[in-house]
Design a protein around this ligand. Structure first.
Ligand code: PSU
Ligand code: MN
Length: 307
């Protein structure tokens, strides 16, 4: 079976071999989270933000059944523009590989694949989590349970504000996922600077995050993930009134159209992007670029410790 091994992009393979900083990036944001044609441009900008901060970007996805860590530009373009790109969580990876599918990896799948490839830092927009109707629907993103067992630092602007943020934080606590605020003791709400929940811990610098990662490796106790919650500055967030209105509409449409399963998140995000006439898209892009920059600086600090 030639399809099964993970293929490392050349630049990523070289960097990992030499102990240079690498940042994993997901592809579901590109294929399902951002509207075309902005998605491809933004995917390239995210990679550039990682490079500008001194690390090598490794965008992860599946092309023709082959898992790739460090998609090249043609592969990135394919995942951004082809219609038949599956949204792949961890459970989908082997099936999609066997079938020879094209697929984009979620936070869960990207984390698992990145860790398997030896990458310790990952940047995304907002984590998946517990959905608001989860008490009835049981809809909780596999991002949560995967982070419980995957040793990776994920830089994000909290969890998506379309979710039940409090319930998600409780689940992260139960499952033993570490959560630190980056220069804040308040958990961010993705489009919004503050989701309304306190955090126990705050870190001040990329070096301090690298210190946390080194301490965990040194203790050998904790095999799970570290969430580094990086809020947008208040003056860059989506207008809270517009946010709340759009979210209420989006949730009502979800109900009306009977959307369930993995279609839920892309559906609500697409509603935001069209209903806010691009305002949420601009905010979403800023979130990802800021997280890519911070993740790269963390990877640089972590690589400097081991050099
Ligand atoms: N963050 C974004 N945009 C996205 C996502 C996260 O800014 O599109 C994606 C991630 O890939 C995340 C997924 O893992 O949404 C969560 O989907 P679900 O709720 O079906 O697990
Ligand atoms: Mn779900």
């Amino acid at each position: 079976m030639t399809n099964f091994p993970i293929r490392l992009g050349t630049e990523v393979a070289d960097a990992l071999r030499d102990g240079r900083p690498v940042v994993a990036l997901e592809s579901t944001i590109v294929s399902h989270g951002l509207p075309r044609p902005d998605n491809l441009r933004v995917a390239r900008e995210i990679e550039q933000a990682v490079r500008d901060a001194g690390a090598v970007p490794a965008t992860i996805g599946m092309v023709g059944g082959r898992l790739v860590v460090g998609l090249d530009d043609a592969e990135l373009t394919r995942l951004a523009t082809v219609d038949e790109v599956a949204k792949l969580s961890v459970r989908d990876l082997a099936v999609a590989a066997a079938i020879g599918a094209d697929g984009a990896t979620t936070v869960a799948a990207t984390s698992a694949v990145a860790a398997a490839a030896g990458i310790g830092v990952f940047a995304t927009g907002g984590l998946g989590g517990v959905h608001r109707e989860a008490a009835h629907t049981f809809d909780e993103s596999a991002d949560v349970v995967t982070l419980a067992r995957t040793p990776i630092a994920v830089v994000c602007a909290g969890v998506k504000s379309i979710l039940d943020v409090g319930a998600t934080l409780e689940r992260l606590e139960t499952l033993g996922v570490s959560v630190v605020g980056y220069r804040t003791r308040r958990f961010p709400g993705f489009y919004l600077t503050d989701a309304g929940f306190d955090l126990d811990w705050s870190v001040d610098s990329p070096e301090q995050v690298a210190e946390v990662l080194a301490a965990r490796a040194g203790h050998g106790v904790h095999g799970g993930g570290l969430v580094v919650a990086n809020p947008l500055p208040v003056d860059e967030q989506l207008d809270p009134a517009l946010h709340d209105r759009t979210l209420a509409e989006g949730l009502a449409l979800l109900e009306r159209d009977g959307v369930t399963g993995k279609a839920v998140t892309p559906y609500v995000l697409a509603h935001f992007h069209s209903a806010t006439e691009g305002a949420s898209l601009a905010v979403n892009v800023r979130i990802i670029l800021r997280n890519a920059d911070l993740a790269a600086r963390i990877a640089v600090a972590a690589a400097a410790r081991t050099a």
